[in-house]
Design a protein around this ligand. Structure first.
Ligand code: HEC
Ligand code: HEC
Ligand code: HEC
Ligand code: HEC
Ligand code: HEC
Length: 185
């Protein structure tokens, strides 16, 4: 601050205030982004992949029925959840108790879809198709990480263009898979 000593006091104030203001803004933005991204993956029901796909080994495709058939993996309907969780259906295996199960059965009773928040979303100008990847033997984990051990799904890899091209570069038909029109049209 020594060098500032020669400046008029109003200018020193402006510089000092500006720096302080900038620091405050930067901190505010960091806090906002951190809390927003945490809240973004909070789901209406605390559904755990670690219990279903992990402990009980329910196959991914039992719930994500579209994944090998077309572009979207699809999220199971509340009817599918109720199929196991409604009391009396499979009492020896699945409990119908607990706050989270109660929430699920409320949706089922109201015949209302559970408003799951999307975690991985591509911009509309990107063409992505699950089925061609599954057919080529690319595992879910390459793009989504170790879902079977997650209590709550979070994006494992940033599914951006560099990530897509990085893997396409390793394929035999690299040139075709790097063509802009493969993903953008
Ligand atoms: C090559 C990368 C890749 C692989 C492999 C992959 N996914 Fe995805 N997945 C994505 C991308 C990208 C999105 C976002 C797509 C969008 O927004 O259109 C996504 C979205 C999803 C969604 C959100 C809902 C939907 O309908 O798409 C689910 C569920 C999902 N994937 C499950 C799976 C499962 C289960 C597997 C394995 C059987 C799998 N994915 C394999 C990249 C992949
Ligand atoms: C194939 C049967 C099956 C299906 C389908 C199923 N579940 Fe479960 N679920 C289980 C089993 C098994 C457990 C673990 C035993 C228990 O808690 O009763 C469980 C546990 C739970 C729990 C308590 C987990 C915990 O310990 O925190 C919740 C909440 C839950 N499931 C929600 C759902 C939702 C939401 C769906 C639909 C997307 C769903 N389940 C679909 C079998 C199933
Ligand atoms: C019992 C049903 C069930 C099974 C089995 C299951 N899932 Fe899911 N999956 C869901 C539900 C419900 C959601 C939406 C809520 C959430 O994100 O937790 C979901 C969400 C996801 C998402 C995030 C979707 C998005 O918005 O981007 C991915 C990725 C995913 N599952 C992958 C898998 C993989 C991989 C497996 C197998 C290891 C698997 N799932 C097994 C029910 C299931
Ligand atoms: C882990 C490796 C891997 C990643 C990551 C990956 N891909 Fe692929 N992709 C493949 C393979 C393998 C094929 C199939 C090549 C074939 O059939 O010749 C393919 C094929 C494609 C095709 C052509 C077939 C079709 O569905 O029309 C498109 C488009 C595509 N990928 C888009 C994407 C996008 C978008 C991403 C990023 C979100 C992505 N891929 C990430 C491995 C990958
Ligand atoms: C394998 C799939 C794939 C191929 C091939 C591909 N892109 Fe992309 N591109 C993407 C994805 C995914 C995104 C979204 C990026 C994100 O969300 O960060 C994207 C985003 C973009 C954007 C927007 C960037 C931004 O920051 O808004 C431009 C521009 C673009 N791509 C141009 C191209 C051009 C030019 C080519 C050919 C040289 C190409 N892409 C080839 C997958 C691809």
């Amino acid at each position: 601050m020594r060098r500032l000593a020669g400046l008029p006091s109003w200018l020193r104030l402006l510089i000092g205030g500006g720096v302080l203001g900038l620091i405050v803004v930067v901190i505010a933005v960091i806090v906002l982004v951190a809390s927003a991204s945490d809240a973004a993956y909070e789901q209406p029901i605390a559904f755990k992949h670690s219990v279903h796909a992990g402990d009980f080994g329910i196959p991914c495709q039992y719930c994500h029925v579209g994944v090998a058939k077309g572009p979207a993996a699809t999220i199971p309907s509340v009817a599918k959840c109720a199929g196991c969780h409604e009391s009396g259906v499979t009492p020896e295996l699945v409990s119908a108790d607990g706050d989270e199960i109660a929430k699920l059965l409320d949706y089922w009773e109201r015949q209302e879809p559970i408003p799951w928040k999307r975690v991985n979303v591509q911009p509309s100008y990107v063409h992505f198709n699950h089925s061609s990847h599954i057919a080529a033997g690319v595992g879910c984990g390459s793009c989504h990480g170790d879902i079977a051990n997650m209590d709550r799904v979070e994006p494992a890899a940033l599914l951006n263009m560099g990530f897509c091209l990085g893997c396409h570069a390793q394929q035999e038909n690299k040139d075709a898979l790097w063509d802009c029109s493969v993903c953008h049209y």
